[in-house]
Write a protein that binds this ligand. Structure first.
Ligand code: AP5
Ligand code: MG
Length: 207
């Protein structure tokens, strides 16, 4: 299955994509993770996107589209994938339609209050891309999956979260209507616990 996960920052796209990846045995393609990896390795792309990401703005469409286009050509994407964080603008969605036929776009609908709570307690593992919340960690600095050192994402500061939400409503929110018009939109209530939300996703996908 070729699935897009839509949703505001902190809505749980990464968390749900990791579960779907395991259960459906298809890769998770997270543009945010790709950019963060480049940032960590200080590649030319990483240096180019560093300030943009720190400000909570979007990386230019041309760059992002090219990266995804190349990634989806790789062998492991033949049987499907989970797109996490792409597309994020109408230009990206229209571009994707020219080179891929996706099955559905799952929109995680979460209250803003819950989003702020989730992002302010998020911990990220740069080694395995694992995403956690302090409320479920015994040790706030140790990755429970791979033993790596957990960090607070640079763009999870209060000011940057505010900007990411602003960018989301202006540029990404219109994609809900875009996929609704294509008859591909599946809306899921993303409020509630992780297992509860994941069960809802599996249930809409089965239909
Ligand atoms: P990206 O990394 O994609 O960030 P985002 O969209 O802002 O989304 P997040 O990763 O913050 O949230 P999420 O929905 O994955 O939630 P998560 O599962 O972590 O993008 C970062 C930046 O890269 C962008 O700002 C931009 O600059 C650039 N970029 C990326 N893609 C781009 C594109 N296509 N075009 C241009 N620029 C692009 O969950 C959040 C927290 O909540 C975690 O702590 C988790 O444990 C917890 N949690 C999750 N679900 C639940 C639940 N049900 N109950 C309780 N807690 C939960
Ligand atoms: Mg994410």
């Amino acid at each position: 299955m070729k699935i897009i996960l839509l949703g505001a920052p902190g809505s749980g796209k990464g968390t749900m994509a990791q579960r779907l990846t395991n259960d459906l045995q298809v890769p998770q393609i997270s543009t945010g993770d790709i950019f963060r990896k480049n940032l960590k390795e200080e590649t030319p792309l990483g240096l180019q996107v560093k300030d943009i990401m720190a400000r909570g703005e979007l990386v230019p469409d041309e760059i992002t589209i090219e990266i995804v286009k190349n990634r989806l050509r790789e062998d492991d994407c033949k049987n499907g994938y989970i797109l996490d964080g792409f597309p994020r603008s109408l230009i990206q969605a229209e571009a994707l339609d020219t080179f891929e036929l996706i099955d559905c776009a799952v929109n995680l609908d979460v209250d803003e209050e819950a989003i702020v709570k989730r992002l302010s307690g998020r911990r990220f593992c740069p080694d395995c891309n694992g995403t956690f919340h302090v409320s479920s960690l015994e040790n706030e600095t140790l990755c429970p999956s791979c033993g790596g050192k957990l960090i607070i994402r640079a763009d999870d500061s209060e000011e940057t979260v505010r900007e990411r939400l602003r960018v989301y409503y202006k540029t990404t929110f219109p994609l809900i209507e875009y996929y609704q018009k294509q008859g591909k939109l599946l809306t899921v209530d993303g409020n509630g616990g992780i297992e509860e939300v994941y069960a809802r996703i599996l249930s809409v996908l089965k239909k």
